[in-house]
Every structure is written in structure tokens, then in C-alpha cells.
Design a protein. Structure first.
Length: 728
């Protein structure tokens, strides 16, 4: 489809029609062409070519998408009502009601200015959605029109290029994405990106050009290996296609993950198309047997399709040359849908069944309905935009610059995305004019203002490392601590190390410490003990990673570690908790993390209210350790094996459930809790913007294991998308 040079004539279009294995009314299409050619006869494109080349190109793209005769005719005629004397009435008389309706729809869409004030923008996007909901073919024609205009954008004046590219990136690419029309989405994103960030574009393009022969050969060799292996195992020969990712695809990966091009795993992608779903999983087994899979890179979009109905298995593996590549595995049907999305309904008879098509259009209607209930223009814009691109968040600086972040990004990510200085000097933030906390999750469409400090000593906080989502922000925070806070890092590092040593019963005499750590210091390029402490302090050395080695070393030198703080564990306790070996100390469960029996816990000696018990992974505990605050007030505690007191302490846990909103959902959840005899203490539900239901379920829980079982059972419910414990 990617052909920017071709000049289209009616002959190229007729040739294409002959190639397609479908019934077309050729004479109707030719007469639509003649009508358009006559109407546009005196007009030229900015490129100097006859205007008719544009409707011809649009029709060609529509043919490629497999659209029907009426859509092709409307593609030929899409600009005549707007730009010539031909009227809608004439079109209706000659080509029928359907073609006239499609042309009218496209003409109206073209009149909607997309970049005006927010409130108007909401209204305009609403119009687009309305047009889509009446006949989805209207927006498909509009996308084809936009694709050809983007391909020929070099002939337009520079300011028009930018505005068109921005509009394409912000409105049309997300719509193509939502409709799953990959073939158009990829190309218009790449083309827009070329105009929006020409430097980044050419940098990536150049990098890809270098050694492109080698890249090509690498992909071919992987394909050959896979084909040979399938044959060897007697599996049916799969369809294979390998490629290098699109320029914008690479940019987005690099940007979202804060990585350089060398660090992006899936510059290469190999697609394997097989006949059945079962064979998808079989193929995955073969691939994982041939190559080493990278951890945490497997995604099952067959079991959990994306919002645009995309289905596939994704995994990233390492080839024999040590080069990682992504493998996508799917069936023939899934492949149609992946490439053509909603257009697969026309292109392939079996591509999308009628009811699935209806399903896909349902989201448009939902948005429109939701809007009619709300008068809040900003809210409407936000809903539409976030629904259109569920994977990224777009927010604005007060000056109107767009900052793109992964979904779930916080104020801290936003500040560092602007500039490291802005992040380092941040003391607060406003979203849409209101003060928010730094862990606030930014939503698409919001205007974020970062408030900075003039104090030259002002800097980030270590707790930010846990809040920030992007690697970019985290690495900038870490490098600040590395550079600016040596004294503080040394103190923090010392305290952290001392704490972990106590926890692991490692008791090295002070004078032996430098010798004991000598190997590890060398390993981390630390010349002195202070360097080492500093590295632990800013997070350059991760204690969890080095402790097993230090424990071994300790055992070798000093014999097995002897517990110092827990001489024995009484089996019974009044409270259910044993504090430092003592069974009857007053305790209470911390509200911030609701620890459950069976979970790893730690106690904090409060001033006058006994010991409050936290989970070891509680943010408050981790933060206190990182800041080195009150380290001596944290004590080891364990769960007793049994509780002597009559009134058993009641533990509770809250589970955050996201599910498709079905009528039986609550009943299904209630059945699970009743079966497990888990008392429900609170349940609240709300409908999310995308139509899914969010449920907060609070239960009385006996222990960690019961909670795990409950969550497993909830996740198995048909309509449940996710179920996770949250700290309340
Ligand atoms: Mn046009």
C-alpha cells in the first residue's frame, strides 16, 4: 500500500479491480470517475498534477482495503460537492442514495475544523463520531483521503504541513487505531511524524539504513530457521513474514520506555500465521523451544483481545546472534483483522461477522450517549481522546505543548519529560488550575503546570523513585542523587546496609567491614567504603541483588548466621503477632497496607500506642528505609502460629476488579465469595469511561492464602478483566 510516487489513472484503478477477487460494478465506477474528471477538469493539485489524480488515488486505497462499489464511487466523487458545481442531487440521481449519503458525510466531515477551542473541539469530534456511527464507510473514505493528502504533503506550504500533520497524528491516527486499520494507521503516523519531528525522523531513518542488507539477511535467516524447524516437527508450513518496525513505531517505543535505539528489543518482528488457535499456542511452544524468551515480554492478546479487537500472541526472544526480536503468532482470520480492522468486514467475507461489526461500533454509540448526559465540555474531550488512544496519555503544558506519556504516568514523569531541571526543581503541580499531589495520574487532555522552587538547594525526593512510571524520570532522579547528594547518600547507604545486615543476621566487626566488602566494592567500581555507601544510597547498588552473595561470604568466613533478634518464636500469642520474641505486646494492623496472616511483616514502635504492623512491601516502610528515618524504631515481628484471644482479630482486604459490565457480574462475584465463605464488608461499583465496570470489593480475610485463592477465582469469572489487591 505504501506507494508515494505512483500517479493514478483510471487504468491503474481498473487493473486493481481486475486483480481483486470480488464482484464490482465496473461501469458504475467508471461513470463515477467520468463524472468526477469532468467536474474537476480545470483544477490542479498543489503538486501541479490534474486534480482527478487525488480521487483516483483515494479510490485505489479504498479498493486495497476491499471496500464495496458504492464506497469506491463515493471515493471518486468525495470532493466534487465541496469543490465544484456538481450538486448532491445530481449524484443521488446518477449513483443512488447510498453514494450520495457517503459523499455528503465526507463533505460534512471536511468542514469540521479540528483545531479550535476545547469546547468546540469536543463538539467537532462528536460530529465525526456521529458520522461514523451512521455509516462507518464515511470515516474509512475520510481516512483514505487523509492518507493520500499526507503522501503528497510535501507540495503544501510549511505551516499547512505542520497543522495537517498534527491533526492527523492527534485525530485520524487514533481513529484508525481504534478501528484497527493498521495498514493506514502505520503509514499516516510515519508520515505525520516526519513533519512533526523531522530531526528525530531522519535520525531513525538513517540508523535503519546503515547495514540494512545485514538486517534483511538476519530476518531471512530467522525465517529459514523457523520454517525448517516446523518441517522437522511435521507441523503444517506457516505463513512467515519478517520486517523491521516502522520509524514511528520505533520512536514511540524509544520514547515511552526512555530507551536508545540499541536498547529497543523489537526493531525486528517476525509474524507467524497458522490455521487454528490451538496451533498458535503450539507455534509459541516451538519458538520458545528454539530461542530463549525474554522474561515478562509474553502477551496473550488471543485470550485478552485489545480494545480494537486485535488478537495475537506476542513474545520477544533472543536469536542465535544474540539479537532480540519480537514474534507475533496468530490465525489467518486474526491476521485479516490485525491488518484491516473494521475494513476486514468488506475485504474478507469471513473477516468480521456482522455481530462483531456491531460490537465494534458500539463503543462509538456509547461515547455519544455518555456525552449527551454531560455538559462539561472538558470532560467530553477527555473521554473521547482517552477512549481513542487507550495506550498513551497526551497532556499539555500551560503553553500548549503536548507531552506524550504512557498511561498511568504521574506528575513526576510529566515534569521530567519537559526537562530534568524542571523535575529537579519541582515543588508541586497544578492540573487544570487545581493543586494536586505528585502521585496524581495524568489523564489525556489535562493541562499540567509544574511549580518550581527558586531555592538552589532544592532537589527531588527519593520516594519519587517509587512513584515515577517512566524510566526516563527514574534515571534522571537517580543521577541527581548521584551527583548532588553525596553526604546524604553515604548516610542513607550506611543505614540501609546496617538494617539489611541485622535483618539477615550478618554481624561483621566494624574493622573487618572494608575487607569483607572488598570484592563487592571492586565489582561496583567503588574505591572507598564511602563510595560504596553512596552507591547503595542513591540506588546504584541494589541490596536485594547483592545480599545472597554477602550471606554466602559471611557463612564462609564466620560460620552460619545466627539470628540475633529472634531467639525463639512462641507458637501462641494473645494478639496473633510476636514482636521481637515477645508474644503479648500491644499491636495494631497498619491501615496503609492491611497486612494479612502469612505475609512478610515488620513492626514500627509508635509513641504510646504499641507496635503498628506493616507489610514489608509497604510504601511507608520502604520510604522510611530510603530516607534513613527512625531506622531504630522498626522491629522484627512475625505471625504467631495460633491466637489465644477469643475475639480473633479481623483482617480485611480490598480487591480492585475491572470487568465487562454484564448483568450477572455482581451475582457471579457474590457466588464466589459465598462459596469460599468470605464475608463481604463493602462493595462499590462504578461505570468506567470505556463502558467497563470497576468494582471495589472489601472482604474479611483469614490470611494471605485465602486472599490469593479468592483473587484466582475472581479472575476466572468470564467477564472479569483484572482483579488485584489494593492497599486501602
Ligand atoms: Mn480529498
Amino acid at each position: 500500500m505504501n506507494n508515494t510516487e505512483t500517479v493514478y489513472t483510471i487504468d491503474t484503478v481498473i487493473e486493481k479491480i481486475m486483480e481483486e477477487n470480488k464482484q464490482y460494478d465496473l461501469s458504475k465506477i467508471v461513470s463515477a470517475y467520468e463524472c468526477a474528471a469532468k467536474a474537476h477538469a480545470s483544477q490542479l493539485r498543489s503538486s501541479g498534477e490534474p486534480y482527478i489524480t487525488h480521487p483516483l488515488a483515494v479510490s485505489y486505497i479504498l479498493l486495497d482495503l476491499g471496500m464495496d462499489t458504492d464506497t469506491i464511487c463515493a471515493g471518486m466523487l468525495h470532493d466534487v460537492v465541496e469543490d465544484t458545481d456538481t450538486t448532491l442531487e445530481e449524484i443521488k440521481k446518477r449513483f443512488g442514495q447510498d453514494v450520495a449519503m457517503l459523499v455528503d458525510g465526507v463533505t460534512k466531515l471536511g468542514k469540521i475544523p479540528l483545531y479550535t477551542k476545547e469546547e468546540q473541539q469536543a463538539e467537532n469530534v462528536r460530529k465525526i463520531l456521529l458520522a461514523m456511527s451512521q455509516d462507518i464507510r464515511v470515516i474509512i473514505i475520510k481516512l483514505a483521503d487523509r492518507l493520500h493528502n499526507m503522501r503528497t504533503l510535501q507540495f503544501r506550504p510549511a505551516d499547512k504541513q505542520r497543522a495537517t500533520a498534527l491533526e492527523t497524528m492527534n485525530i485520524y491516527a487514533p481513529i484508525a487505531h481504534r478501528l484497527g486499520i493498521r495498514a493506514i494507521q502505520d503509514e499516516i503516523e510515519d508520515l505525520s511524524f516526519r513533519y512533526l519531528d523531522p530531526f528525530a525522523y531522519s535520525e531513525i531513518e538513517q540508523t535503519l539504513k546503515i547495514r540494512s542488507d545485514e538486517r534483511y539477511a538476519f530476518i531471512r535467516s530467522i525465517e529459514d530457521q523457523i520454517r525448517a524447524r516446523f518441517k522437522e516437527l511435521g507441523a503444517a508450513e506457516p505463513q512467515l513474514s519478517g520486517r523491521v518496525k516502522s520509524v514511528y513505531g520505533i520512536y514511540r517505543k524509544a520514547f515511552v520506555n526512555g530507551k536508545s535505539m540499541d536498547e529497543i528489543y523489537d526493531i525486528y518482528a517476525v509474524r507467524i500465521v497458522v490455521d487454528t488457535v490451538v496451533n498458535c499456542y503450539n507455534a509459541l511452544g516451538i519458538i520458545h523451544d528454539m530461542y530463549n524468551p525474554l522474561p515478562n515480554r509474553f502477551k496473550d492478546y488471543i485470550a485478552t483481545p485489545k480494545a480494537n479487537m486485535y488478537q495475537s500472541l506476542h513474545t520477544t526472544v533472543i536469536g542465535s546472534e544474540g539479537i532480540p526480536f519480537e514474534v507475533q503468532i496468530r490465525t489467518v482470520d486474526m491476521n485479516y483483522t490485525a491488518e484491516y480492522g473494521i475494513a476486514a468486514h468488506w475485504k474478507y467475507k469471513e473477516g468480521i461477522k456482522k455481530d462483531k461489526l456491531e460490537n465494534r461500533l458500539a463503543w462509538i454509540r456509547k461515547i455519544i450517549e455518555a456525552q449527551q448526559e454531560s455538559d462539561d465540555a472538558e470532560e467530553i474531550v477527555r473521554t473521547i481522546k482517552s477512549d481513542l488512544s487507550p495506550e498513551d496519555t497526551f497532556a499539555f503544558t500551560p503553553k500548549g505543548d503536548i507531552i506524550t506519556l504512557p498511561a498511568g504516568a504521574t506528575i513526576i514523569d510529566f515534569a521530567y519529560a519537559i526537562h530534568s531541571e524542571v523535575g529537579n526543581k519541582m515543588k508541586g503541580a497544578k492540573v487544570d488550575g487545581k493543586l494536586v499531589s505528585l502521585d496524581y495520574k495524568i489523564q489525556t487532555g489535562e493541562i499540567v503546570e509544574i511549580l518550581t522552587s527558586n531555592d538552589p538547594n532544592h532537589g527531588p525526593n527519593r520516594a519519587w523513585l517509587d512513584i515515577a512510571l517512566t524510566n526516563e524520570a527514574r534515571s534522571k532522579i537517580r543521577s541527581w542523587f548521584k551527583k548532588e547528594r553525596r553526604e546524604e547518600n553515604i548516610e542513607t547507604g550506611k543505614a540501609k546496609l546496617a538494617h539489611e545486615f541485622t535483618r539477615n543476621s550478618i554481624n561483621v566487626p566494624e574493622e573487618d567491614l572494608a575487607d569483607f566488602l572488598a570484592d563487592d566494592m571492586k565489582r561496583h567500581n567503588c574505591a572507598t567504603l564511602d563510595d560504596y555507601y553512596a552507591a547503595v544510597g542513591y540506588g546504584g547498588i541494589i541490596l536485594d541483588k547483592i545480599l545472597p552473595r554477602l550471606k554466602d561470604l559471611y557463612t564462609k568466613r564466620y560460620g552460619p548466621a545466627k539470628p540475633t533478634s529472634l531467639p525463639f518464636i512462641p507458637k501462641r500469642s494473645n494478639t496473633g503477632i510476636v514482636v521481637g520474641g515477645e508474644s503479648n505486646i500491644e499491636v495494631k494492623m497498619a491501615k496503609c497496607c492491611d497486612p494479612l496472616p502469612g505475609e512478610d511483616i515488620i513492626g514500627f514502635i509508635t509513641k504510646g500506642h504499641g507496635v503498628s504492623v506493616h507489610r514489608r512491601d509497604c510504601r511507608n516502610y520502604i520510604e522510611a528505609m530510603q530516607k534513613g528515618e527512625d531506622t531504630d524504631r522498626w522491629v522484627d515481628v512475625v505471625w504467631a502460629e495460633s491466637v489465644t484471644r477469643n475475639d480473633d482479630p479481623i483482617f480485611k482486604a480490598t480487591i480492585d476488579i475491572v470487568a465487562y459490565g454484564s448483568l450477572t457480574l455482581i451475582a457471579d462475584i457474590a457466588t464466589v465469595t459465598a462459596d469460599m465463605r468470605v464475608p463481604v464488608t463493602n462493595i462499590s461499583t462504578r461505570v468506567l469511561k470505556n463502558g467497563n465496570t470497576n468494582i471495589l470489593l472489601t472482604c474479611s480475610i483469614a490470611g494471605a492464602e485465602q486472599l490469593r485463592n479468592l483473587i484466582v477465582k475472581l479472575r476466572k469469572l468470564t467477564d472479569v478483566i483484572s482483579a488485584d489487591r489494593i492497599a486501602k
